[in-house]
Structures are given as C-alpha cells and as structure tokens.
Design a protein around this ligand. Structure first.
Ligand code: SAM
Length: 298
C-alpha cells in the first residue's frame, strides 16, 4: 500500500460492487441492492474516489468503463462479487451453527460485519485492517452514527505487528470460543511468510470447530493468462503488488500443515455453478483467484 494512504484496491472493490448492483443482470444476486455502506466508504475515501464512483453510476460513462475494465481484466469484477456471496453465505452459516465471534482480516470497505451484526445480536464482530484504510471506514460509520456497539475496529499493519496481539487485547475477544475468520482479497498482498504467520495466528485464535474463509491467488493463471498479467500490473501501479499465492490443487495439503481441514474449494467454476447458473447468467468469470472454506483441526 502507498505509505499513509488508504487502500486503493479496497476502494475499487467497493466501487465495483456498487457497479454490479446497478447492472440489471446481476442485481437479483443482491439481498439489499440499495444498502448505503459501500457508497459511504467510497465517498469518504477522497475526492478522486467520489468522482470514480459517480462515473460508475452514470448511465453514459458506466458502459464505457465496463468495456475497458473487461478488456483489461476479463471476469475479475464478477469473481469478486461471487467470492463475496460465498463468504457471506458461509459466514452466516458458521454464526447460525454456533460461532460466537466473526473476525474479518483486511476488511477494507466490505460491509459483512455490519450486515451480520443485525442478524446475530449475541455475536461479537471484529475488523482488523491497515490503519489508513480502517480510518476511512471508522470516520464514515461515526459520521453516519452507524458504528455498532458489537463491532470493534482494530487498526493493524500486518507488516509491522500481528493481528493476533490486537485481537487478544480486544474487548470481549475469546481465543477459545468457536469463531469464524475471514481474509478476503488480502492474503495475496502479504509475503508468503506473513501469509503463513496469519494462518498460524488464526489457528491459535479460534476454538475447536472454528471456520476460516479466505481467498488466494492461483499463480499458474497469473503466469499464463495475459489478462491476469494486466491485473497484476494494475495492482503494482496502485502500490499494492501481488506477493503470495498458492496452487488451489494443493490447498488441502497446505491447510493440513497449518492445522486446518479443507471443507469447500470455491474456484471460479464452483462459484459460477453455485451462484450464477441458477439465474442463467453465463458471463465469464476470472480464474485468477479462488475462495476456500476451512475448519480448524482439533
Ligand atoms: C483488495 S482490499 C480487500 C478488502 C476487502 N477484504 C474486500 O474484499 O472487499 C485489500 C485489503 O488488505 C488490506 N491490507 C493490505 N496490506 C495490509 C497490511 N500490510 N496490513 C493490514 N492490512 C493490509 C488493505 O487495507 C485492504 O483493506
């Protein structure tokens, strides 16, 4: 990330979701397509972000931007939407099945905790994110008088300190309780060492039966697909280069070594089948990233 600046990719992910909500074909995939949070956060991010959002909301500019985005990074915005649907469905299921705390690592401008805290008033919610990004979210939530009492925001730069220390010191956090941990669109920005340390922390921070939902990068796609290379180049330019990845075919073995069991591999095909096929949506989905549901081994 650029020093002292909030994450550009978090802003772009949030804007991309707003754009998808306005896309007539994708709109039925959203439970509440008029939810305000994403626009609050993007507007708080800065003047450039406000203009970028307005362009995506404009009937004349959005189709042109969509055309260029698909030329550069075919199907990547759609994968981002699918990973969010997967994570929300699985996090909701984990809370319904007894998880008492939901922790989102590298939460960005995602509103998952804000949504689920309404459905699970007994649960505790934690977001851990880079201080510069999280400050934008905090300001927007306070400005709209919408920071829930069950949500704790913990500012942590993973390159400097660990999420673990912050969580252990956080009010109400219980490392022995069953929890659900989410690390979406973030592992790939960490070095392989920091990514592995994050798995170890999550292992220590959740009681038996805890779930871990994360997304990671398939290096073989990055190496062979020119469109994926475009995405990597754009991310580098935004100051957020891709740093780690793991072969999805071996993710079960990797998880076993980290003390987790693979429950569901949500690659682009599986997510397409689960969320798009029932709506008859046949648009291309990028294979660069994949999502995973894992369970902490005893
Ligand atoms: C692509 S955004 C993903 C945001 C969100 N999880 C989502 O999918 O909508 C990447 C996130 O990683 C966070 N991040 C990147 N490097 C970080 C670091 N060194 N420490 C803490 N967070 C970091 C950014 O602040 C940002 O929120």
């Amino acid at each position: 990330m650029k020093k002292g600046k909030p994450s550009e990719t978090a802003m772009r992910v949030a804007t991309g979701i707003v754009a998808s909500r306005l896309d007539a074909l994708l709109r039925p995939l959203f439970k509440d397509p008029d939810e305000p949070y994403l626009e609050w956060f993007v507007n708080e991010h800065g003047e450039g972000a406000r203009r970028y959002l307005q362009a995506w909301k404009s009937n004349s500019q959005a189709p042109i931007m969509q055309f260029f985005r698909e030329q550069m990074a075919k199907g990547s915005a759609l994968f981002t939407l699918l990973r969010k649907l997967f994570i929300e469905e699985e996090a909701r299921a984990a809370l319904a099945q007894g998880a008492r705390q939901l922790v989102v690592l590298g939460a960005g401008y995602d509103p998952l905790t804000l949504r689920l805290q309404k459905e699970f008033p007994q649960a505790r919610f934690y977001e851990v994110d880079h201080p510069a990004t999280q400050e934008v979210k905090r300001r927007a939530l306070i400005g709209h008088d919408a920071l829930p009492s069950s949500l704790t925001l913990l500012p942590v730069d993973f390159e400097v300190e660990t999420a673990e220390a912050a969580l252990r010191a956080a009010p109400g956090f219980d490392p022995d309780a069953p929890g659900c941990f989410v690390c979406e669109g973030t592992l790939m920005y960490l070095t392989p060492e920091d990514a592995q340390a994050l798995f170890a922390s999550v292992r220590r921070l959740g009681g038996p039966g805890s779930r871990f939902l994360f997304t990671w990068l398939d290096q073989s796609v990055l190496d062979t697909d020119p469109k994926a290379k475009n995405i990597a180049a754009m991310l580098s330019y935004a100051g957020e280069p891709l740093r780690s990845s793991h072969d999805p075919a071996d993710i079960g073995g990797y998880l076993k070594k980290q003390g987790f069991k693979l429950l569901t591999l949500g690659d682009h095909q599986a997510l397409k089948q689960r969320f798009l096929d029932p709506h008859g949506i046949t648009r291309p989905v990028s294979a660069l990233e994949y999502a995973v549901l894992a369970e902490r081994r005893k």
